[in-house]
Design a protein around this ligand. Sequence first.
Ligand SMILES: NC(=O)C1=CN([C@@H]2O[C@H](COP(=O)(O)OP(=O)(O)OC[C@H]3O[C@@H](n4cnc5c(N)ncnc54)[C@H](OP(=O)(O)O)[C@@H]3O)[C@@H](O)[C@H]2O)[C@@H](O)CC1
Ligand SMILES: Nc1ncnc2c1ncn2[C@@H]1O[C@H](COP(=O)(O)OP(=O)(O)OP(=O)(O)O)[C@@H](O)[C@H]1O
Ligand SMILES: [Mg+2]
Length: 352
Amino acid sequence: MVGYSAAVIRRQQFLIRCLGGNNSVNKNLHNSSLRMIPLGSGAGGLTLESDVINILRSITPSLGPARHKGQAGKIAVVGGCREYTGAPYFSAISALKIGADLSHVFCTKDAAPVIKGYSPELIVHPILEESDSVRDEFKRSTLAKVIAEIDKWMERFDCLVVGPGLGRDPFLLDCVSEIMKHARESKVPIVVDGDGLFLVTNCLDLVRDYHLAVLTPNINEYKRLVQKVLNCEVNDQEGTQQLLSLAKGLGGVTILRKGESDYISNGEEVSAVNIFGSPRRCGGQGDILSGSVAVFLSWARQCAAEGGWSPSPTILGCISGSAILRKAASLAFVNKRRSTLTSDIIECLGQR
Ligand SMILES: NC(=O)C1=CN([C@@H]2O[C@H](COP(=O)(O)OP(=O)(O)OC[C@H]3O[C@@H](n4cnc5c(N)ncnc54)[C@H](OP(=O)(O)O)[C@@H]3O)[C@@H](O)[C@H]2O)[C@@H](O)CC1
Ligand SMILES: Nc1ncnc2c1ncn2[C@@H]1O[C@H](COP(=O)(O)OP(=O)(O)OP(=O)(O)O)[C@@H](O)[C@H]1O
Ligand SMILES: [Mg+2]
C-alpha cells in the first residue's frame, strides 16, 4: 500500500512538472512534441517543452490481477444512424483498443445490426429513432423511452462520446440533447464530435460552463463554433488567442482544434500536440480520436481521484488521445502508404 501511494505521488509530481506546475521553463522548441503556451503569450512566446509520451504513460493504469472488469473504463458512444455506421464503430472500437474494458454504442434501430456485425466486442443499444419512424403523437413518449433506456446505464459510464455518425435528424437530436442533460446531471464527462458539434453549436447551453465537456472540432466544425460563439471569422494569425477566447466564451469547456497540429485549450492555457502523424487524410481519424480522448480522460480523472489532485483531466485526455492517434497514423502509413485506411490506423493503436 505504501509502495502504491508512492507510485501515485511520483506520477502526479511528474504530471505537475509536465504541465508547468513548477517554474522550470524550457525555451527550446526544437524537436518538441508538445508545447505548453502560457496565457498571454502568442504561439511563438515562452514555451515549456514536455514529453507527451510520458504524460500518456503517467495516466495509464497498470494491469494486474487485483483489478476487475470495468475499472479500466466504461465508455459509451452516442451515434450511428442510417447513413453512418462506420464512425461510431471506429470511435467505440478505438476506446477498447486503447484499453477500456467495455464500450457501448447507442444508435438508431437500423444502424445497430450493422455495427454489431462489424464487431462482437461492442455492446450495441438500438434505442434512437429518426423523425420519419415516429408519428408526431408518439414523439413525447418515444423520447421518454429513449431517456429511460440510457438512464439505466448512465451512472456506470466513465465518459460519453456524443456525435460520431449521429446524423442531423431533428427528432434524434432532440433525444440526444436530453441525453446530454442527463449526463451533465450525473457528472459524466462528454466528448462532443461530428454531428454532436452541429447540435451543440446550435444550442451552446448544452455544454456551457461544463468543465467535463470536451469539443473536438475539425476545420469546418471549428469555423462554425467561432462564428457562433465569438461572432467573427477564424483568424489563424491570432489562432492561440482565439482558441483561448472560444474556450473561455463557453465557460471553461475544453476544445481540441484538429489540424496539422492539434491545439487544446480550456480557456486558461493552450497546448499543441504536433507529433508527426500521417499525410493520409482518410475519413474516420477524428472518430478514433474521440474514442481515445474519452478513455484517457477517464484515466486522468481516476488518477486525480486516487491522489486527490486534479490538473485538468480533460486537457490530459486530449493531449494523450491526440498523441496516440498521430503515432498510430504514422505507423500505419509506413506500411500502407497511400492505401492506409482508418481500420489500418486502429490496428496500430498502442504500438511503438
Ligand atoms: N465512415 C463513416 O461512417 C464516417 C462518418 N463520419 C461522420 O460524418 C458526419 C459528418 O462529418 P464530416 O467530417 O463529414 O463533417 P464536415 O467536415 O463538417 O462536413 C463536410 C461537409 O458535409 C456537409 N455535411 C456533413 N454532414 C451533413 C449532414 N448530415 N447534412 C447535411 N450536410 C452535411 C457539411 O456541410 P455544412 O455543415 O458545412 O453545411 C460540409 O460541407 C459526422 O457524423 C461524422 O462523424 C466521419 O466521421 C467520417 C467517417
Ligand atoms: N493536416 C494535417 N496534418 C497532420 N495531421 C492532421 C492534419 N489534419 C488532421 N490531422 C490529424 O487527424 C486527426 C483527425 O482530424 P480531422 O481534421 O481529419 O478530423 P475529422 O474531419 O473530424 O475526421 P473524421 O473523418 O473522423 O470526421 C486530428 O486529430 C489530427 O491529429
Ligand atoms: Mg469528424
